[in-house]
Design a protein around this ligand. Structure first.
Ligand code: LRH
Length: 466
């Protein structure tokens, strides 16, 4: 994406789009990282002229480099099964409650901490001198400079959210030397210049600086949430995942928070992203893949005609993490909880969207209770903001208005942090006002049906997660 920023101006243009196709080899699910990097180079070529570049991407995954700075094998996908049972092993050295008190990070089987533990004893890990998180790896190839961006570093579960530095307690207990990571850097920090080989390949004219952004895509998206009326808002970043929660000044590290599996990831300017991971539209993407990728609009129209909330599943359950056979797995979960089994694509779609709305409701309610923060409005950003049925169901389930948009929040947050570093925009609230003033938002009111709250509470009870 290219962005143009100025007083009253914030405009994104898609320069190039490419597929991200994970590949399984020798039993392990990998990212095709060179194909992704080639896509980045094609994008830079298509952009034509740029004053600054920023890289963001998904969390937790990393590439290992050898002593010469060369990549040792393709990064492993966080949906790979290699981390099964690994967290339990780590907890014998550092119990889960102490781990949470030290890092504030939710349990997810794929946290970098568990991935690095799973890799212990492999030849690749033995040869590794450096681990670079995926956006940092792309930034390294573009500039030749290595760094570890702090919002994404918080998702490793090796950082102390109170200090923003490494947690040596956790690293030592897990047998991980934090020198494996490059020095920490913060959104806004300069991060070098595009290498001559990159300028050659892309046709760009140098010097082109790389600017550190909130390299965790969710942190970039939260930075661009168009909230302009104080702090009584929740956000849901919807895409492959739904990341639902609050922006706080300090982490919530209580036992109740740990039990609710809330995470305290770092945001820009010392903020904390207090949120829960919900499986998100991945559930639907996987069904669509199984059904041969039919057009989405008629399916959503048909799903909207079905009375709901219909059968629901627990959309925070890691059981849905792995790819494959999703309609069957959803049907099985409904059967196991004694609910009608969705059998048509429209019914399955409705089941997914009702389940997401219900999980959004639980996350927003739990977050406001655990952080003791009132919430008047929910901002839905990311690709799911385009899904009117999901936004309406979320408003209905939560009993709160939903402000939907922008869909490209992560790219906007990326561009805004660069613009700020180059003096083109003010603080976080000025950034948010600029998003709100330049991007149309759609407001969804909860439908005023008196029976609705009881229907959603009953749906929650059916899957035993009140
Ligand atoms: C969303 C995301 C999310 C992480 C997951 C691995 O793209 O970065 O915040 O939990 O991917």
């Amino acid at each position: 994406m290219t962005g143009r920023v100025g007083p009253g101006t914030l405009k994104l243009t898609q320069a190039h789009r490419f597929r991200n196709r994970p590949v399984r080899t020798a039993g392990i699910l990998h990212w095709d990282i060179l194909a992704l990097y080639a896509g980045v180079l094609d994008g830079l070529r298509a952009a034509g002229h740029v004053d600054s570049v920023g890289v963001d991407g998904w969390a937790v995954d990393y590439g290992l480099l050898d002593a010469d700075g060369q990549l040792l094998g393709n990064p492993v996908h966080y949906r790979d099964a290699r981390t099964e049972g690994v967290a339990e092993r780590v907890w014998t050295a550092l119990p889960a409650d102490r781990l949470y008190a030290a890092t504030g990070i939710q349990y997810a089987p794929f946290n970098t901490l568990y991935q690095l533990t799973a890799a212990h004893g492999t030849a690749q890990r033995a040869a590794a001198r450096r681990a670079l998180l995926v956006p940092d790896l792309i930034a390294y190839w573009l500039t030749g400079e290595q760094g570890t961006e702090v919002t994404n570093a918080s998702t490793t579960q090796l950082l102390d959210p109170r200090t923003g530095g490494w947690s040596h307690t956790v690293a030592e207990a897990a047998g991980i030397d934090t020198d494996l990571f490059a020095p920490l850097r913060r959104p806004g920090d300069p991060a070098g210049f595009l290498l001559p080989e990159v300028l050659d390949t892309t046709g760009l004219t140098g010097p082109v600086p790389l600017t550190t952004v909130a390299s965790h895509d969710t942190a970039s998206a939260v930075a661009a949430v168009p909230a302009t009326g104080g702090d009584r808002f929740a956000y849901i970043c919807t895409g492959t995942w739904s990341l639902a929660g609050l922006e706080l000044d300090a982490p919530v590290l209580t036992e109740a928070s740990r039990r609710a599996n809330f995470t305290n990831e770092l945001g820009i300017d010392g903020t904390v992203r207090y949120l829960r991971n919900i499986m998100g539209l991945w559930l639907l993407q996987e069904c669509l893949r199984e059904w041969g990728d039919p057009p989405l609009a008629p399916l959503l129209d048909a799903a909207a005609q079905i009375p709901g909330p219909a059968s629901v599943v627990d959309a925070s359950d890691p059981a849905f993490l792995a790819p494959g056979r999703m309609p069957g797995r959803l049907a099985q979960a409904c059967r196991a909880s004694g609910q009608p089994v969705p059998s048509t694509p429209a019914q399955t779609t409705r089941c997914v969207l009702d389940s997401l709305a219900l999980a959004h409701r639980r996350a927003v309610e739990d977050a406001r209770r655990l952080a003791d923060r009132p919430v008047d409005v929910i901002h839905v950003v990311g690709g799911g903001a385009r899904n009117a049925l999901l936004c309406q169901l979320t408003a209905d389930a939560c009993g709160l208005p939903v402000m939907a948009g922008p869909a490209e929040a992560a790219a906007l947050g990326n561009v805004l942090v660069q613009a700020r570093a180059h003096g083109l925009v003010g603080d976080l609230s000025a950034m948010r006002r600029l998003v709100a003033g330049t991007h149309p938002l759609t407001r969804y009111e909860p439908t005023g049906d008196r029976a609705a709250p009881a229907a959603w509470a009953a749906a929650a009870e059916r899957i035993a997660c009140p």
